[in-house]
Design a protein around this ligand. Structure first.
Ligand code: 9WN
Length: 398
C-alpha cells in the first residue's frame, strides 16, 4: 500500500532531506527574497512567498520575515498584493509577461519601488506570518515583525472584501486564472471559452517554452487567452469598480476563498463535518486516487475526466503545495473518518516524490517523474515544514 501509518517514520534520513531542501532555498535567495526557480521564475511570486516563509520559519526567521515583507512592500494603495514583484536586476525579457507588459508604474495606486504585475494570488500570507511568529527563534523580533505586517495584511483582506466581491456573496472573485495559482487547471476551461478578437494580443515570446518542456506547459491557445485577459484588465487601469459589467473572466474560486478563509483565521472547526467527510471520500475515490498502490497522491485534476493530463501544468500532475494544503487541512480534522490515514499517505507520497525525482515543480501521479522546473522553492520549503512538523508531533528534535 501507499506506505506509512500515522506516527510511523516516513523517511530514513530526515536530516539529509531537510538539508537538501535547504540548499534549494539558499540557491534561490536573492538577498531580499526567494525566487521560485532560477530557470522559469526569476522574480518574486506572491503565494510562493507565503509557502517559502512557512518552510523557512523553522530555522531562518529573518529570511522568512524578509520574504513576506519584500512582497508586502509592493502592496498597492488599494490593498492589493501583486502576484509578481519584479527584480530590477533581472534582464528585461527573462520572463514573459514582464514589467513592461504590466505597466504597473502607469496604474493608479502602484507604490514607489519595484514594478509589479497587476493581478493578485491566493492570500495565504496572514497564515504564513503567524507561522513565522509562532516558530520564531527571537520572539521579540517576531512581535515587531507582526506589528509591522499586520496593517498590510488587514488591508489585503479588506481589499478582497471591498473590491473583489461584486455580487456581495462574501466570496472574492478572481479575474484571471493566474490569480488562482492553478492557472491551467481544466476547471477554468469553460470560463476561458472566449474569443480573442483579432489583433487584441500583440506578438509575444514565451520564455517558459525555452526553459521547460512544452509538453509540461500550457498550450498556445490557453496562453493567448491568459495574455488577452491580462491585457483587458490592464487596459482598464486594473479598476475593480465595474467587475460585474466588464470582466470576461470572473470566478469565485473555492481554493482562493478557502485560503482567504484559513488566512483570516475563520476557524477551520466551523466547517461542517459533512464537508470534510465528503472531501475525504472524493480524495479516496477513483477520481483522485490512482488504482496502482505504488502511485502518488494527490493528482491536481480528476483522474477520470477527459481533460486529465498526467504531465501538463495543473491538469493532472501532483504539486507539493496542493498536497501540503490538503495534508494541513486533514491534520486540522483528526476526528474525520479516514482523515489521519489519508494525511499520512499524502505525507509519505510527498517525501517519496522528492526523494525519487528531486525538488521539481510537479510530478507524474503514476510514475513520480518530475516535470517543470528543477530546484523549485516551494517544493523544498513545504517538505521542510512537513518533516519538521511530523518530527515535532512525534516529540523528536527537529
Ligand atoms: C504565472 C511561480 C508561479 C506560481 C503559480 C504557477 C506559475 C506563472 C507562470 O508559477 O505561474 O503566474 O508563468 O506560469 O502556476 O502557481 O505561483 O511559481
Amino acid at each position: 500500500m501507499l506506505a506509512v501509518r500515522p506516527g510511523e517514520k516516513i523517511v530514513s534520513d530526515r536530516q539529509a532531506l531537510i538539508q537538501d531542501a535547504q540548499g534549494v532555498l539558499d540557491r534561490n535567495w536573492t538577498g531580499a527574497s526567494t525566487i521560485p526557480s532560477r530557470s522559469l521564475y526569476p522574480h518574486q511570486w506572491s503565494w510562493d512567498a507565503a509557502f517559502i516563509a512557512i518552510g523557512r520559519s523553522w530555522q531562518e526567521q529573518r529570511r522568512a520575515e524578509q520574504d513576506l515583507e519584500t512582497l508586502l512592500a509592493a502592496q498597492w494603495a488599494s490593498g492589493m498584493v501583486p502576484h509578481i514583484v519584479f527584480n530590477p536586476a533581472v534582464p528585461a525579457g527573462a520572463y514573459f509577461p514582464g514589467p513592461e507588459f504590466w505597466d504597473s508604474a502607469g496604474a493608479a495606486g502602484h507604490p514607489n519601488g519595484p514594478a509589479t504585475s497587476g493581478l493578485t494570488q491566493p492570500p495565504l500570507h496572514a497564515l504564513a506570518a503567524l507561522e513565522v511568529h509562532r516558530r520564531a527563534q527571537d520572539p521579540g523580533r517576531a512581535r515587531a515583525f507582526l506589528e509591522r505586517v499586520y496593517p498590510r495584511l488587514a488591508a489585503q483582506h479588506d481589499y478582497l472584501a471591498r473590491r473583489r466581491d461584486p455580487a456581495g456573496h462574501g466570496l472574492a472573485v478572481i479575474v484571471h486564472p493566474w490569480e488562482s495559482g492553478m492557472d491551467n487547471a481544466p476547471v477554468w476551461d469553460e470560463d476561458l471559452e472566449l474569443a480573442v478578437p483579432p489583433g487584441a494580443v500583440p506578438p509575444y515570446r514565451r520564455h517558459d517554452l525555452v526553459n521547460a518542456d512544452p509538453g509540461d506547459r500550457p498550450t498556445q491557445a490557453a496562453y493567448d487567452r491568459f495574455v488577452y485577459l491580462a491585457i483587458t484588465y490592464r487596459d482598464k487601469g486594473y479598476d475593480d469598480s465595474r467587475l460585474l459589467a466588464g470582466s470576461p473572466f470572473l470566478v469565485e474560486d473555492p481554493l482562493f476563498n478557502s485560503i482567504w478563509c484559513a488566512s483570516a483565521h475563520a476557524p477551520a472547526e466551523i466547517v461542517p463535518a459533512g464537508y470534510v467527510d465528503a472531501i475525504i471520500a472524493d480524495l479516496r475515490s477513483e477520481h483522485f486516487r490512482p488504482a496502482d498502490p505504488g502511485a502518488f497522491l494527490v493528482p491536481s485534476s480528476d483522474l477520470v475526466s477527459p481533460e486529465f493530463d498526467r504531465r501538463r501544468y495543473w491538469r493532472g500532475p501532483v504539486w507539493i503545495n496542493t498536497d501540503w494544503l490538503v495534508w494541513r487541512g486533514l491534520m486540522q480534522h483528526p476526528a474525520a473518518t479516514g482523515g489521519a490515514e489519508l494525511a499520512a499517505e499524502i505525507a509519505a507520497s510527498m517525501v517519496r516524490l522528492v526523494s525519487r525525482s528531486g525538488w521539481r515543480e510537479y510530478f507524474d501521479p503514476f510514475t513520480g517523474a518530475g516535470y517543470g522546473s528543477a530546484d523549485f522553492s516551494w517544493s523544498a520549503a513545504l517538505v521542510i515544514d512537513l518533516l519538521r512538523t511530523l518530527a515535532a508531533d512525534q516529540g523528536d528534535k527537529p
